[in-house]
Design a protein around this ligand. Structure first.
Ligand code: FAD
Length: 394
């Protein structure tokens, strides 16, 4: 395509797209409203489908140097330390051998530092809130400055402003579940079995997921998810909960779980959203990417990974199509079905993780033992299979 690309939002999706376009010689500017690149939340788990595009950008080595590959994926029941299932990840190298990239737990700040550090000077404009965009590609910043671009990408997250231009009726829906997050030194968790593993502790109306982060796996990042509260103010972000909310939710759980949630001050409570399918992903010269297009529950660990997939595919298509509208049409066709499937799977998983003890939980546990833990259709899919310049068009 001719001309330049303006990206609104320097999150994981926006930064990956900027680097992917830059690598293909397309001029790009990223507009970010914050005055520095702040971590959103604590850590992130990156799976092979997201890390293959990162590898193609030449950044996997840098990431591996500051990240941890889990030893195993383990499911446990809420009350005991017994394993329900355990599948090797880094322990025998089977994950990487199968999917041609590792599975990594990394501090978000580190990942953003690597992505932004690879951008040439001037590509990211901080303190540049975009207050309006038109479908002809004109952006207006809070400062009053206007910018024209051939393509404008809304990578502006769950509460995207650009989404309203594309689908005015679309709103993220609060799922009735919320999360607390924390990073705990492994040394503060003497009762935790297998601190190097990625583990789900599943129980009635709640679950706790954790994995190790840092170059030596010296910290554990956890996400504790509860049913409720029943409502959340429309569009509102994390809020302070009553002290002790988290500890009360995990009373009676296994010692390692109680120890983990008590090891750090209670975090803000994060409402968890999902976005119903949009009527379209593009309008004129504007296109959506990442959470702006398909906010999903985090239970398949895929929000950031899907944003990376979007970025890799969109960059390929913009680089190989003269007409932005043709590139957008293929992008939407390829990405809509894929991200919808992952969204649905994340919703179903939420319910399965919170079953009370009983026949349904027993059936889930039996099924887990025989399941492909990586859902190969998620981790094994090559997002660029149809869009690499050498690929046959579909
Ligand atoms: P964001 O990262 O939200 O970035 C949007 C950016 O746009 C922000 O920097 C924002 O400041 C900027 N912005 C917004 N509006 C404007 C504006 N008007 N002008 C300029 N800038 C603007 N995903 C995983 O893959 N693995 C995980 O383990 C995982 N864990 C999660 C745990 C929790 C509790 C939650 C809530 C999510 C998790 N996710 C995970 C999902 C993941 O965090 C998101 O899907 C991902 O960060 C989305 O990236 P993005 O680039 O689309 O948006």
């Amino acid at each position: 395509m001719d001309g330049s690309v303006a990206i609104v939002g320097a999150g994981i999706g926006g930064l990956t797209l900027a680097l992917s376009l830059h690598a293909r010689g397309i001029p790009v500017t990223v507009f970010e409203r914050t005055d520095e690149l702040r971590e959103v939340g604590a850590a992130v788990a990156l799976s092979a489908n997201g890390l293959r595009p990162i590898d193609e950008l030449g950044l996997l080595g840098r990431l591996e140097a500051v990240a941890t590959q889990p030893t195993e994926l383990i499911h446990r029941s809420w009350r005991t330390h017994d394993r329900i299932t355990a599948f090797p990840v880094g322990l025998d190298g089977s994950y990487r051998a199968r999917f041609k990239a590792p599975y990594l737990g990394v501090h978000r700040a580190e990942f953003q530092r690597i992505l932004s550090g690879a951008c040439p000077p001037g590509m990211i404009r901080l303190s540049s809130e975009v207050v309006s965009v038109t479908t002809d590609g004109t952006l207006t910043l809070a400062s009053g400055e206007t910018v024209r671009a051939s393509v404008v990408v809304g990578a502006d997250g769950v509460h995207s402003r650009l989404r309203a231009l594309v689908d005015p009726d679309a709103r993220p829906v609060y799922t009735g579940t919320s999360g607390f997050r924390g990073i705990v030194p492994v040394g503060s968790l003497p009762t935790l079995p297998d601190p190097g593993a990625i583990q789900f502790w599943m129980g009635p109306d709640a679950h706790l997921l954790h994995y190790a982060i840092g170059p030596g796996g010296e910290h554990v990042n956890f996400l504790a998810v509860l049913e409720g509260p029943g409502t959340w103010s429309a569009g509102a972000g994390p809020a302070t909960a009553d002290p002790g909310t988290l500890a009360r939710a995990f009373e009676g759980w296994a010692p390692a779980v109680r120890e983990m949630v008590a090891a750090v001050p209670q975090s803000a409570q994060w409402p968890l959203y999902t976005l119903p399918p949009l009527s379209r992903w593009t309008a004129g010269r504007v296109v959506l990417l990442g959470d702006a297009a398909h906010t999903m529950l985090p239970h398949q660990g895929q929000g950031a990974n899907q944003a990376i997939e979007d970025a890799a595919v969109l960059a390929d298509l913009l680089a190989t199509h003269d007409d932005h509208a043709a590139a957008f049409a293929r992008y939407e066709r390829l990405r809509r079905a894929r991200t919808r499937q992952v969204q649905r799977s994340s919703l179903v998983t939420s319910n399965l993780l919170h079953l009370p003890d009983g026949p349904a939980a027993a059936a889930r546990d039996a099924r887990l033992a025989g399941l492909d833990p990586w859902l190969a259709w998620i981790h094994g899919t090559d997002p660029r299979a149809a869009t690499r310049p050498s690929a046959v068009p579909v």
